[in-house]
Design a protein around this ligand. Structure first.
Ligand code: PLP
Length: 402
């Protein structure tokens, strides 16, 4: 019997929707024009780009001229942060962010620190959520940018973006006119409603490959009237914000993916929540010593981040992989270490306790049978690894009075 293949790592990336692929294909072949050309090949390409711009604008409740196509979430975050810093650094040189941002934000802030900027990293406490009071206290006359993610990629925790938007509006009305607010909404698109007007954000990042679009294409939303410095120099593409010949197939793809995300939001979101809740409820019932990382309520419907005491996340992940199930761990393993990630450290997990964390992230194509398979396979894996774990053995001996 062929091994089952179950992909539960949709926060890392998603399968491109067949409809999206269909939308992209003609722009590799028959309609290969350069959108800057004035002949009909060029005009066809330009039209496709403008249609995609409309589709993304509709998804966010923005206007088409507020949409800039870039290469993905990383570039969108870089362009937002450095773009604001360079354009408005004469008004102040302070940025407020959080400890649990994606490296695309954290490393960009670290770069600016080397350039003499001051950066405040807000704490997130056990629940994995920033507090408005901390933000209020961190604000100074020097603050020009607040960059806080819409939802966290490891925990799924939703940050109080609307409340921060409100606070920024009040500050502006009180005279702080050079205060800008950026949010990285990469993980939220297609899972919860993201409406730039309602949120009160000035800039917002997203990337297509997290919502069934292609890799290598994203968007920076920039509210009308907000000035940013470009980070690439060249032609006048994207209203002088991002020079370089546009990737028409990828842009057509993100447009279609955005349209599908908008049309199917409620249904997909409900589906994800059902699967996630089913997995959590059953795992808590059948495996002892599991805890949830981050707030139980204020989070995306798609992510379950669970800590399994007395086991290493890596061991669990590898064993699940051998059974055909893809999940990810809460370790910063990209650096070759097994330290808990900066996000798990920020919510207070230590070297010892943060080790056994797994992130299950659901997508629209997952089924209840996928969860059933995990429920059948995981208890034995956890049991076996725990029986081999020196820490677990020590603990059970202690409990037995040995
Ligand atoms: C919150 C967040 N921001 C930014 C990114 C980077 O996006 P991209 O892979 O398109 O560069 C990711 C991707 O993992 C993410 O989860």
């Amino acid at each position: 019997m062929a091994m089952r293949k179950i992909y539960l790592d949709n926060s890392a990336t998603t399968r491109v929707d067949d409809e999206v692929v269909g939308e992209m294909l003609p722009f590799f072949t028959e309609q290969f024009g350069n959108a800057s050309s004035t002949h009909q090949w060029g005009q066809q390409a330009k039209q496709a780009i403008e249609e995609a711009r409309n589709q993304v604008a509709r998804l966010l409740n923005g206007t088409p001229n507020e949409i800039t196509f870039v290469s993905g979430g990383t570039e969108a975050d870089n362009l937002a942060i450095v773009g604001i810093a360079e354009a408005h650094g004469d008004k102040g040189r302070h940025i407020i962010t959080s400890r649990i941002e994606h490296p695309a934000v954290l490393a960009t802030c670290a770069h600016l620190e080397k350039e003499g900027w001051k950066v405040t990293y807000l704490p997130v406490y056990g629940e994995g959520i920033v507090r408005l009071d901390d933000l209020r206290k961190a604000m100074t006359d020097e603050t020009v940018l607040i960059t806080i993610m819409h939802s966290n990629n490891e925990l799924g925790t939703l940050q109080p973006i609307r409340e921060i938007g409100e606070l920024v509006r009040e500050q502006r009305e009180a005279g702080r006119r050079h205060l800008y607010f950026h949010t990285d909404a990469v993980q939220s698109i297609g899972k919860v409603d993201v409406d730039v007007r309602e949120l009160g954000v000035d800039l917002l990042s997203l990337t297509a490959h997290k919502f069934h679009g292609p890799k290598g294409i994203g968007v920076l939303y920039v509210r009308r009237g907000v000035r940013i410095s470009p980070q690439t120099y060249g032609g006048h593409h994207e209203r002088d914000r991002r020079a370089g010949t546009e990737s028409v197939p990828l842009i057509a793809g993100i447009g279609k993916a955005a349209e599908l995300a908008r049309l199917h939001l409620a249904e997909r979101s409900g589906h994800l929540r059902n699967l996630r809740d089913y997995l959590e409820q059953e795992l808590f019932r059948i495996i002892p010593d599991i805890t949830r990382n981050g707030d139980a309520e204020r989070r995306l419907p798609s992510i379950a981040n669970l800590n399994f005491d007395h086991v290493e996340g890596e061991g669990l992940q590898i064993s699940l992989d051998l059974k055909g199930v893809a999940v990810s761990t809460g370790s910063a393993c990209s650096s070759g270490s097994t330290e808990p990630s900066h996000v798990l450290v920020a919510i207070g997990l230590s070297q010892d306790t943060g080790h056994g964390s797994l992130r299950f992230s659901f997508g629209k194509d997952n089924t209840r049978e996928d969860v059933d398979y995990v429920l059948e396979t995981l208890p034995a894996i956890v049991g076996k690894l725990r029986s081999l774990s020196p820490r677990a053995v020590k603990k059970s001996k202690l409990e037995a009075g040995a």
